[in-house]
Design a protein around this ligand. Structure first.
Ligand code: HEM
Length: 463
């Protein structure tokens, strides 16, 4: 055998033998208690201590966690065919959204992705801008009296209501903002329930009040989705929106339409993925702006300069560079999709370590976005780190609020445009200040939310 051959064999052996380092935790439970106590802190600390790939144990389940942009790229792009979504996180998400675009795989996923992609093309999105700005302007109007009286708002709830309204109008041509509280409460419970399940694994089929309440929340969400589908079928018209496309899609071979279950799963997926994440992104943005008055002032001066008091349009977006950087930076510090997971189908190797088939591999935008090798002063809120000059040379997967590769968020441009238009509309008129003493800390459920909501005082902005 040649020297190169021997070296290759030795290297393979090395990877075969090597298990990544990591916290050993308790003899019985591994790191379960530490993870339940503070999962964000646990992984931030673990990568600092053990490096960019670690192995840990959660009760009887071993897990791998990778934190280098190259390793993430390996999973999402280079070897993406070896990684599927058979993970506990996606399993529990399927309880809520079924087998829609986020959770499905293989041929079904590809067919549905191709079907929906045109609804998210840039040109198509541009036609949503007016709806987005109009809805934001209505919110601005509704804040007028509140600002005059110096009252307090639950900004997290306001953002949910607004983005739900926009999702309904743009994707389903329906105003479902009247359902905001019903959807909000049901989804919040479901969100907490599945997180709790992942931590405690209390069987879902036991006759416990918490399980019954979860079934109730699912029924409520189902009713909202069924009503959306029923109403559109009754109208019968083709409005050219995403829901119409789903309703009128025909299989190329069989000529059959989507069955009711698939339709329900796709609508539920779009309803939840299409508003909850963007609402969280905006909520965190308001929080960060309230903590950084200089950034807020700079944002407001850009808005005054570009818009001069009028409402933003899609043509203004490229000029609202600072507004966009504020959103990018908020998504870095508080990425709503804060944890992602995949299962290896076959044996693989990452960073010189063997990844056995069936291993569940996790990576977290929240943790990668704080990697000190790629982010200077990682905890600081500094929108200008997203200028082209300062972004140059940063690896693609040092920043992944929307994931990447074939499973890149289909709504990323939709969400960014929406966030930019909403922020521009509201921030040129108002300043939001955190209620003194209100505690703010991230609550890592399926999405990252402020645990105690976000109570803020609304004030008129005066230059
Ligand atoms: C700030 C807002 C948003 C964030 C942070 C976000 C984040 C993500 C991430 C990280 C993924 C990839 C998950 C994975 O690979 O495991 C994803 C997928 C997805 N997102 Fe978003 N998203 C946002 C807004 C939206 C919007 C507005 C929509 C729809 C209107 C949407 C629909 C979807 C769908 C359907 C997928 C699955 C795509 C596929 O697998 O083909 N998202 N999102």
């Amino acid at each position: 055998m040649s020297r190169a051959g021997i070296k290759a064999v030795l290297q393979t052996r090395k990877a075969e033998d090597k298990t990544p380092p990591g916290p050993r935790g308790n003899l019985l439970w591994g790191s379960a208690s530490a993870i339940r106590r503070d999962i964000l802190g646990f992984f931030l600390h673990a990568v600092r201590e053990y490096g960019d790939i670690i192995r840990y144990r959660f009760m009887i389940w071993p897990g791998y966690f990778v934190n280098h942009p190259d390793y993430v790229k390996h999973i999402l792009i280079d070897n993406n065919r070896n990684y599927n979504k058979n993970t506990p996180g996606f399993e529990t998400l399927r309880w809520i959204v079924g087998n829609g675009l986020v959770t499905s795989e293989g041929d079904l996923w590809l067919r549905q992705r191709r079907l929906m992609q045109p609804s998210f093309h840039k040109q198509r999105l541009a036609s949503f801008a007016t709806v987005m700005t109009q809805a934001a302007a209505e919110t601005a109007e509704s804040w007028e009296q509140i600002a005059r009286r110096g009252e307090v708002l639950d900004v997290d709830e306001e953002m949910m209501r607004l983005t739900l309204k926009i999702a309904g109008l743009t994707l389903f041509s329906m105003d479902i903002s009247g359902k905001a509280d019903t959807v909000g409460q049901a989804f919040t419970y479901a969100n907490k329930f599945v997180t709790e399940y992942l931590y405690r694994r209390i069987p879902r089929n036991l006759p416990l009040p918490r399980n019954r309440k979860f079934e109730e929340a699912l029924r409520t969400l189902d009713q909202v989705v069924s009503a959306i589908i029923r109403e559109r079928r009754a109208r019968g018209e083709d409005t050219g929106d995403l829901l119409s496309m789903l309703l009128h899609a025909r299989d190329e071979d069989t000529g059959e339409g989507m069955d009711d279950r698939q339709l329900r799963d796709e609508v539920m997926t779009l309803l939840l993925a299409g508003h909850e994440t963007t609402a969280n992104a905006l909520t965190w943005t308001w929080y960060l702006l309230s903590k950084h008055p200089l950034v807020m002032r700079r944002l407001q001066s850009e808005l005054a300069e570009v818009l001069g008091g009028r409402l933003p349009t899609v043509d203004d977006l490229p000029k609202l560079c600072y507004t966009r950087m504020v959103i990018d930076e908020a998504l870095r510090l508080y990425p709503p999709a804060w944890m992602m997971s995949r299962q290896a189908t076959e044996d693989d190797e990452i960073g010189g370590y063997r990844i056995p088939a069936k291993t569940i591999v996790f990576f977290s935008p929240y943790v990668v976005h704080r990697h000190p090798s790629f982010w200077e002063n990682p905890e600081g809120f500094d929108p200008e780190r997203f200028t082209p000059e300062r972004s140059a040379g940063r690896p693609r997967f040092a920043y992944l609020p929307f994931g990447g590769g074939p499973r890149l968020c289909i709504g990323n441009n939709f969400a960014l445009m929406e966030a930019q238009l909403i922020l521009a509309t509201l921030a040129q008129r108002y300043q939001l200040e955190l209620v003194p003493g209100h505690r703010v800390e991230p609550e890592p459920l399926i999405t990252l939310r402020p645990r105690y909501g976000l109570r803020m005082v609304v004030k008129h902005y005066s230059a």
